[in-house]
Design a protein around this ligand. Structure first.
Ligand code: MG
Ligand code: MG
Length: 255
C-alpha cells in the first residue's frame, strides 16, 4: 500500500531531510586518508543526536551502526570498521535519521583525495543520473520513467545498474511502497501521485551489474570487484515539478 503524505507529514520529512543533508556534510568534512570509517560513524552519530534526532539505521533490522559506509567495491550496506580510508578510495556514506516519528534518508559517494579519471566519471555519472531520475518524479509519470532515465544514461557511458537493490517510499517507515528501481521502461511501473515521498538512489557499477552478499549478511559487493557508486535523495512527487527534500549543497560548499 502506498501512503500519500499530507503537507504536515511532508514538513516533518523535510526536517529530517535537512538533518541528513547536514550530517553528510559533517562526515564529508572529516573524510581524508587515514581516518577510519568507524571514526566517521561516531562523528555522524554525535552530530545527529546534537540535532535532537536519532540515527535511523542504528538497530534497523539489526544494523549495527549510524551510517552505511561502503568502500570501493562495496555497493551499499557496508559496516563502519577499523578500515583506514586511503588516497584513491571512494566511500558511499548512507545516512538515516528519525525525528518526530519520521525518517530521513540520503547518500553521497565521496572520493578520498584524488581518484583516477574513470572513477571520477563513475561518481559524476551516478550523481547526474540521480538528477535525471528526479526530473521524472512528477505526478502522472511512472516509476519506470525514473528507472529508464537513470539506466539509459549510465549504460551509455559503459556503466551498469544494480538490479537487486532499489529506491523506496519514505515516511514513518524507512522502506515503504513503492519500490523505485534504477532501471526500467518508460510508461511502465507504479503510477506516481502528488504527495508520494520517494527515495531515488542509483547504485551504479564501474564494471558488470552482478553483486553478491557478504558473509556478514549485509554488505553488497560487486561480483567483479570493481568500484560502485551510490547517491540518494528524498523527493516529493508533485504536479509539474518534483520537490527535492534533501540537498548536497552543504557537502559541496564544504569540500
Ligand atoms: Mg539511504
Ligand atoms: Mg534509501
Amino acid at each position: 500500500m502506498i501512503r500519500l503524505k499530507s503537507e504536515e507529514e511532508i514538513a516533518l520529512l523535510r526536517e529530517n531531510a535537512l538533518m541528513v543533508s547536514k550530517t553528510l556534510a559533517e562526515v564529508g568534512r572529516h573524510i581524508e586518508p587515514g581516518i577510519t570509517t568507524r571514526e566517521l560513524d561516531a562523528i555522524a552519530e554525535q552530530y545527529i543526536r546534537s540535532l535532537g534526532a536519532v540515527p535511523g539505521f542504528l538497530g534497523f533490522e539489526g544494523f549495527p551502526a549510524t551510517l552505511c559506509m561502503s568502500v570501493n567495491d562495496v555497493v551499499v550496506h557496508g559496516f563502519p570498521s577499523g578500515y583506514k580510508l586511503k588516497e584513491g578510495d571512494i566511500v558511499s556514506v548512507d545516512c538515516g535519521t528519525i525525528y518526530r516519528g519520521y525518517f530521513g534518508d540520503s547518500a553521497y559517494t565521496f572520493p578520498v583525495g584524488k581518484v583516477d579519471a574513470r572513477t571520477q566519471q563513475l561518481l559524476d555519472a551516478t550523481k547526474h543520473s540521480l538528477e535525471l531520475g528526479i526530473a521524472q518524479a512528477v505526478a502522472g509519470n511512472r516509476t519506470g520513467d525514473i528507472g529508464e532515465a537513470i539506466q539509459s544514461y549510465c549504460e551509455n557511458l559503459g556503466f551498469s545498474v544494480v538490479r537487486e537493490l532499489v529506491g523506496h517510499g519514505l515516511g514513518t517507515d524507512m522502506h515503504e511502497s513503492p519500490e523505485v528501481p534504477n532501471y526500467g521502461r518508460r510508461g511502465h511501473g507504479v503510477k506516481l501521485r502528488e504527495g508520494m515521498v520517494i527515495c531515488i538512489e542509483p547504485m551504479i557499477n564501474a564494471g558488470r551489474k552482478e553483486v553478491y552478499l557478504d558473509e556478514n549478511g549485509w554488505a553488497v559487493h560487486t561480483a567483479d570487484g570493481k568500484n560502485s557508486a551510490h547517491f540518494e535523495k528524498t523527493v516529493v512527487v508533485r504536479h509539474g515539478q518534483p520537490e527535492v527534500l534533501t540537498t548536497f549543497e552543504f557537502i559541496e560548499k564544504n569540500c
